[in-house]
Design a protein around this ligand. Structure first.
Ligand code: TXA
Ligand code: MG
Length: 350
């Protein structure tokens, strides 16, 4: 009979000189088919060798992710892209030069060297070059591109700290590199170039306005209309679900605030609040509150978003009452994640 061996996930803390012996050893783990979670400026990734279909299968297994939802391939430098894709358009080159390393993922037609297991059965491949030094050091040390979905169990919020990775992945992967809080806190923007236009498949760290400066930019219609078939297969699945049902109030701020405050009188401990600092200051003491950030400071709100959804793992409530933000700039990505996290329970107040 085979003995069951429980894997222990080790947390590796890296110092500022990322390209060191520790990272070299972790690169060997990836090359040998193992899984190492790594920090990026968006969220933590669950890394495996993107050219190894067995490693891709392990990633899907560790996440409990449907195998038709493709993985993002991470490279350390623009020069590596041509090894994996059939062609690079001048506009794609300009976008890579402008935004890499950083939170932009581009979908290209893939070469056969990238297995279908990595691309979820698609003939295209999504590639990005992360800004976090530890991520690029790991890719260099591995000597192969690294497939990296967000390092959470499928349907759960994405992790922005090493401890959040451990919460979901302990015992499922070999290592997690602790590189601190993810700076942006929201996943990359996924785009493709079609007929000279940029199509946003998933809103993220790079905003529509930033892309418009390069070419006309449109949203994949599935992002705004639920019934459409999304271009990014991952967009159709349940996502970011916190530990209790979430309802988000958005729109006219006075109306939002008074609606949220009305729940504070309906039973302490029953409701949890995911609200701006301004609203939090008005909620009576004794309530369970995650202070999301200063209202309108969208960088701060993006940075704290997933930590806020995960906060309720340790503070159990029956229902989470959330506050939204407007959809401008990175607000589009924030509201996209909140729409999914709430199972579309967004109430627009006016
Ligand atoms: O910021 C990020 O993008 C993080 C960090 C770790 O890099 N990664 C990430 O990966 O969010 P993941 O797997 O959780 O989300 C990848 C998204 C999914 O919605 C997926 O469907 C889409 O990108 N995607 C990947 N390859 C694609 C392709 N070939 N065509 C269309 N969409 C694709
Ligand atoms: Mg994800």
């Amino acid at each position: 009979m085979q003995k069951e061996v429980k894997m222990i996930t080790k947390k590796i803390i890296v110092d500022q000189s990322y390209y060191n012996d520790k990272v070299k050893r972790l690169g060997e783990v990836i090359r040998a088919g193992g899984l190492v979670a790594f920090p990026t400026e968006t969220v933590y990734g669950l890394g495996g060798n993107a050219l190894d279909k067995e490693a891709a299968k392990k990633i899907y297994m560790a996440k409990g992710r449907p195998s038709d939802n493709p993985l993002i391939v991470h490279v350390a430098d623009i020069s590596e892209v041509s090894t994996y894709v059939k062609r690079i358009l001048p506009l794609e080159k300009r976008l890579m030069e402008a935004f890499w390393p950083g939170p932009l993922t581009i979908v290209f037609p893939k070469k056969d060297i990238v297995p279908m297991a990595t691309s979820g059965g698609l003939r295209t491949i999504a590639i990005r070059c992360p800004a976090h030094e530890a991520a690029r050091a790991l890719i260099r040390a591995a000597g192969v591109p690294i497939a990296g979905p967000s390092a959470n169990i499928s349907t759960k919020p994405s992790p922005t700290t090493a401890d959040a990775v451990l919460h979901d992945m302990d015992g499922r992967i070999e290592f997690v590199i602790d590189g601190g809080d993810s700076l942006i806190g929201l996943e990359s923007t996924v785009i493709a170039v079609e007929n000279g236009k940029i199509i946003i498949y998933r809103p993220g760290g790079i905003t529509r306005d930033m892309l418009e400066a390069f070419a006309p930019t449109e949203l994949d219609t599935a992002i705004t209309a639920e019934q459409e078939h999304p271009k990014a297969p991952g967009m159709k699945y349940r996502h970011y679900a916190p530990s209790a049902p979430l309802t988000v109030y958005a729109g006219n701020i006075e109306a939002v605030e008074s609606e949220i405050l009305s729940f504070a009188n309906k039973g302490k401990g029953k409701f949890g609040f995911f609200v701006s600092q301004e609203t939090a200051e008005k909620i009576p003491a004794g309530n369970i509150i995650f202070v999301w950030g200063r209202r309108g400071n969208k960088k701060e709100l993006a940075h704290n978003l997933f930590q806020g959804l995960l906060f309720f793992n340790n503070h159990p409530v029956d229902h989470i009452i959330g506050e939204g933000t407007d959809g401008g700039g990175i607000g589009m990505a924030i509201m996209n994640r909140l729409t999914k996290a709430s199972g579309t329970h967004i109430i627009n107040m006016n």
